[in-house]
Design a protein around this ligand. Sequence first.
Ligand SMILES: CC(C)(COP(=O)(O)OP(=O)(O)OC[C@H]1O[C@@H](n2cnc3c(N)ncnc32)[C@H](O)[C@@H]1OP(=O)(O)O)[C@@H](O)C(=O)NCCC(=O)NCCS
Length: 153
Amino acid sequence: MRLPAEPALASSAEELAALHGRCFATGWSAREFGALLNLPGCIGLACREDGRYVALALFRQALDEAELLTLGTDPAYRRSGLADTLLTSGECRLFNQGVARVFLEVSDQNPAAAALYERAGYGEVARRKAYYRDGNDARVLEKWLRKDGQTGP
Ligand SMILES: CC(C)(COP(=O)(O)OP(=O)(O)OC[C@H]1O[C@@H](n2cnc3c(N)ncnc32)[C@H](O)[C@@H]1OP(=O)(O)O)[C@@H](O)C(=O)NCCC(=O)NCCS
């Protein structure tokens, strides 16, 4: 059974940072999560099981565009559709808030995330050379949520 997406709030910054540290070699701190989640336009979503955070996503909206800032699933919960749930739920919310285009950056050495995004309809629009600390390039991907003039879901 898929876990539902629910709001990730700044008051849970410690738990979100702990989860982020399980997902990434260099996770973000609780302070960083608290600051991000308090920024205007920032949307945090997460999945929990038995009260424990197991997947998270942060988006930031600016007018009719949004960026996926981070997305991660606890290694023990991968391939059960949680990232897909968070991505879809975030896009739906952004769409309803007038967003036309979502973009994100993903390492060119991250085939799992690339497969997720490509299946979800994202396409490459640019590359950033040696963007990451490990020297890997970033691929910039985008997805259009609405066509010109479209106003409803
Ligand atoms: C990338 C990541 C977020 C995927 O999370 P997840 O919850 O396991 O993903 P889902 O179960 O929702 O996968 C949805 C689809 O994405 C693709 N996918 C996900 N992981 C994959 C993998 N390891 N290999 C190939 N395809 C994969 C598949 O198409 C999958 O559907 P399927 O399981 O029916 O085949 C997770 O591996 C992760 O946290 N990685 C470390 C952090 C990271 O790299 N985040 C992205 C930064 S840009």
